[in-house]
Design a protein around this ligand. Structure first.
Ligand code: F6R
Length: 604
């Protein structure tokens, strides 16, 4: 994880670096630091804690530099402390660097450097790179010499005292993007860091090195050969990186869901012709005998729902695996397997490695991804973008809605192609789809009810989230949202599994959030509510509007507008996300930057 930034141009570097770091803070916020090339040499300021503390440290000091680097950290090697904060320098402070990633062989390298007389100032893996780069000769040559010594993942931003006005960036298995401005350039882990200054970006590939000055940039391979690169215009609007009147990004992003849904379906759903189309999938034959979904966290929950959609509509067997498990097995995938990799960021290390393994075994890969040009999209054979826009809140919300939407549409698209979905079935779903934004708005309008409920429950220590069928992955997601931002223990369960063990947990101070759902499962879930009530457990039930039986049985209810069953998760997710948000708010938690987390998990 960690966020890195570099600036070289004609403006003072420090404010630009600090502003960029704030945009990257979602990637980690244990400590932060900057290095600036001042007249007297390299000046490093770093501080444990969030960027606000670094700003405090810097206040009152004047810096003239037009070139600098910055870092916001998510600790892997070495506790969050001033001395472990980046940037790191060599012994003689001839260079400074910031690193995102993990150097796996750093112990051996450190031992060797110590035996050669180097002194270390931190416990980090990153510092070895600074010492390895120490020396004389052209910086590019030194970088080319050091890279083969490093095992692991890295995005680096380096400034050398003897080459003022120049920055180097290096990328291997961690994201690094060049922002191309007028008379200025940026290097960053993610586009929002420089979006206010330029929308022109160059996405670096693994193994590439970039040399930037205020008036130019060049990209080299690890062998030192010049590479041709194209400049992409990023469609995001800088305003989306602001909270826009909302207290937190998470709340803003939940409120964006009706628009996200509309963007995600735009051009893909044609009511008049009764069709679902994906222009990205023109050459998708669909000739597979199996699907494997790989993803992590929230994206994996979307994948579990995707399994149900695909098995129902395409009648194809689907397995869903955590990417972190898949990649360390010898999974049975081959040419007849379609691997669907789901990721908001497109930079999650486990998902990327799982995709690489699947490709090695001959599988074809379809990415469902939110970030344009991200590593995943470059590894996949096809990418369907989720179009959720920039997601900044560490807890994923609108991206999950967009992932579910894409997976539903994809299953219908493939099912029509394969003949497993009739025109009538497709038409029934397509006619429901335009009603969803209105229903999402209606749910958001009842936000205060959810807030009131959160006030009743925020002191509870344990929650069970129960659901069946399409609501089972939602139960997992509801529990994940609650635990990650409010630090309350919450477990998502297939409601039918309750009686096989978890029911032992039920007592008056355990809350159960029961997702009732439709069809034949509804009655079974009502049975689960009875079982919990009989053991004096507290029940919050989420059900369809006007379900009187649920209103009578549960202690509290949240209703969702009536919809077709396949669309119901698209609505049910809103109260779950709002509930987690308001519980965290009542508890006084840092909603957008929950402890120990980072948004993009680019380490394994
Ligand atoms: C939870 C959350 C994480 C991510 C997971 C995968 O709110 O955000 O569980 O879903 O780290 O991230 P992506 O989708 O970027 O691959």
């Amino acid at each position: 994880m960690c966020g890195i930034i570099g600036y070289v141009g004609k403006r003072k570097a420090l404010p630009i670096l600090l502003q960029g770091l704030k945009r990257l803070e979602y990637r980690g916020y244990d400590s932060a630091g900057v290095a600036l090339l001042e007249r007297g040499g390299i000046c490093v300021v770093r501080r444990a804690g969030k960027i606000a503390l670094l700003e405090e440290e810097l206040s009152g000091k004047t810096f003239e530099a037009f070139c600098g680097i910055g870092h916001t950290r998510w600790a892997t090697h070495g506790i969050p402390a001033d001395h472990n904060a980046h940037p790191h320098t060599d012994c003689r402070k001839t260079l400074a660097l910031v690193h995102n990633g993990i150097i796996e062989n750093y112990r051996a390298l450190r031992e060797k450097l110590l035996s050669e007389g180097h002194r270390f100032f931190s416990e980090t893996d990153s510092e070895v790179i600074a010492h390895l780069l120490e020396g004389s000769g052209p910086p590019l040559k030194r970088i080319l010499h050091v890279l083969p010594l490093l095992e692991g993942s890295y995005a680096l931003c380096i400034l050398f005292a003897d080459e003022p006005g120049v920055l180097y960036g290096v990328r291997r298995f961690s994201p690094l993007i060049l922002g191309v401005g007028e008379g200025e350039h940026f290097l960053a882990s993610d586009v929002p860091a420089f979006l206010e200054h330029t929308r022109h970006a160059v996405f670096l590939e693994d193994g590439e090195i970039v040399r930037v000055s205020h008036d130019g940039w060049e990209v080299f391979s690890e062998e030192g050969e010049r590479q041709e690169k194209t400049v992409t215009v990023v469609p995001w609007d800088p305003v989306s990186a602001e909270r826009g009147g909302f207290k937190h990004f998470m709340l803003k992003e939940i409120h964006e869901e009706p628009r996200v849904f509309e963007d995600t379906i735009a051009g893909r759903v044609n009511l008049a012709r009764g069709e679902v189309t994906f222009e990205e999938l023109e050459d998708f034959s669909g000739e597979y005998n199996r699907v494997v979904v790989v993803a992590c966290g929230t994206a994996c929950h979307a994948g579990m729902l995707g399994k149900m959609y695909l098995e129902d509509f395409v009648r194809i067997p689907v397995d869903v695996e955590y990417a972190s498990e898949f990649r360390y097995r010898d999974p049975l995938v081959g040419e007849k397997t379609l691997v669907v990799a789901i990721s908001q960021s497109g930079e999650t290390a486990d998902t990327l490695r799982a995709v690489e393994l699947a490709r090695k075994k001959g599988a074809q890969v379809l990415a469902v991804c939110n970030v344009l040009g991200s590593s995943l999209t470059r590894l996949a054979h096809w990418t369907v973008y989720t179009r959720a826009g920039l997601e900044i809140g560490v807890a994923s919300t609108k991206a999950f809605l967009a992932q579910m939407t894409v997976l539903l549409l994809f299953a219908l698209f493939w099912g029509r192609k394969r003949g497993t979905v009739s025109p009538e079935t497709l038409a029934s779903v397509l006619f429901e789809i335009p009603t969803i934004p209105r229903k999402l708005h209606a749910l958001l309008a009842k936000e205060n009810d959810v807030h009131a409920l959160a006030k009743e429950f925020y002191l509870f220590k344990d929650f069970l989230y129960l659901g069946r069928g399409l609501y089972y992955p939602l139960a997992l997601e509801g529990a994940l949202k609650l635990k990650e931002i409010s630090y309350i223990h919450a477990e998502g369960l297939a409601a039918g599994e309750m009686k096989h063990g978890p029911i032992a947990l039920i007592e008056p101070d355990v809350a159960s959030f029961v997702l009732v759902g439709q069809g034949e499962r509804r009655l079974k879930v009502l049975g689960n509510i009875e079982e919990i009530k009989a053991r004096r457990g507290k029940v919050i039930a989420l059900c369809d509007e006007g379900d009187v039986e649920v209103l009578e049985k549960a202690d509290y209810t949240l209703e969702i507008p009536k919809t077709l069953e396949p669309c119901s998760p698209l609505l049910a997710i809103v109260p779950l996300q709002l509930f987690a948000y308001y519980v965290a708010l009542e508890k006084g938690c840092d909603v957008d930057q929950p402890r120990n987390l980072a948004k993009s998990v680019t380490v394994e």
